[in-house]
Write a protein that binds this ligand. Structure first.
Ligand SMILES: Nc1ncnc2c1ncn2[C@@H]1O[C@H](COP(=O)(O)OP(=O)(O)OP(=O)(O)O)[C@@H](O)[C@H]1O
Ligand SMILES: [Mg+2]
Length: 258
């Protein structure tokens, strides 16, 4: 497949923060129209990889192709203009501004008032909370509600690729289900989703593709269910176990060792 046919491609991506490389040569493709989920231990470079997509971290080597365009070296604004929007791991609403003002900010690159109006109507339909809490300060919402408003804000740019860094972080199980359901909906209307999740099991279940990142490289790549059902990965990241508990004297301590 030539570079222009592929939707998003990581090609030998090496990146860090000055004190050594965090990403040590990352290669994989993200197909258009799907949900791709990246899992991996803390510090393995998941957020760094997403920041590289958005232009917040500049890879030292390698390239990230988006529909045939190299993203490395573009500014975050140029990348937004190409239709790639990220919702970061930490909450990012302006707490002292209203919900509506925050969502409107998402359209800062859109000049056409009519387009902004149409998108606002769409976003209010998908996220009723935007209408219900329009005039409330964003800081007064719960963590889960803020997450939904962050999604709403990101949709104001009508992105082709939605990049989500641990969207379910810190949410109670009910809100977590709602957030996952919303991700499915965003995907169902044609948006490609690339997400990082600690709730690996649930996230992989709803993902077409899965990637396991370990120590800055791709340890495993497959469909969501292949990654989910890989026994070794299950033992390491999904709370499973390679050896049946009865086969060893100390149970969990033996996980991952033959
Ligand atoms: N701004 C920064 N400056 C220096 N080092 C950083 C910075 N951000 C992250 N790092 C380091 O880079 C490594 C990878 O961090 P990264 O945030 O990409 O991991 P992660 O897989 O997203 O982890 P987590 O699951 O905890 O979110 C870590 O060792 C981290 O300490
Ligand atoms: Mg992270």
């Amino acid at each position: 497949m030539s570079d222009t046919d592929v939707f998003l491609r990581f090609e030998g991506v090496v990146a860090g923060y000055g004190g050594g490389d965090v990403l040590k040569g990352v290669d994989f493709d993200v197909s258009q129209g799907g949900v791709t989920c990246i899992v991996g231990p803390n510090g393995s470079g998941k957020s760094t990889l997403l920041k590289a997509v958005s232009g917040l971290v500049k890879p030292r080597l390698g390239q990230i192709w988006f529909k045939g365009r190299g993203l490395v070296g573009l500014t975050p604004k140029e990348i937004l203009q190409l239709g790639v929007v990220q919702v970061p791991q930490q909450h990012s609403l302006f707490r002292e501004m209203t919900v509506l003002e925050n969502v409107e900010l998402g359209a800062f690159l859109v000049k056409d008032k009519k387009v902004i109006q149409q998108r606002m109507e769409h976003v209010r339909e998908v996220f009723p909370i935007v209408g219900e809490r329009a005039k409330d300060k964003a800081g007064s919402l719960s963590g889960g509600q803020q997450r939904l408003v962050e999604f709403a804000r990101c949709l104001m740019l009508d992105p082709e690729l939605v990049v989500l860094d641990e969207p379910s972080m810190g949410l109670d199980p009910k809100t977590l289900r709602l957030v996952f359901e919303t991700i499915r909906k965003m995907n169902a209307v044609g948006r490609t989703v690339l997400l990082v999740e600690q709730n690996a099991r649930q996230a992989l279940k709803m993902s077409h593709d899965g990637v396991v990142l370990e120590n800055g490289t791709v340890r495993l790549r497959g469909t969501g269910s292949e990654v989910l059902n890989n026994p070794e990965i299950g033992a390491l990241y999904l709370g499973g176990s390679i050896a049946p508990p009865s086969s060893g004297p100390n149970g969990p301590e033996r996980m991952g060792h033959e």
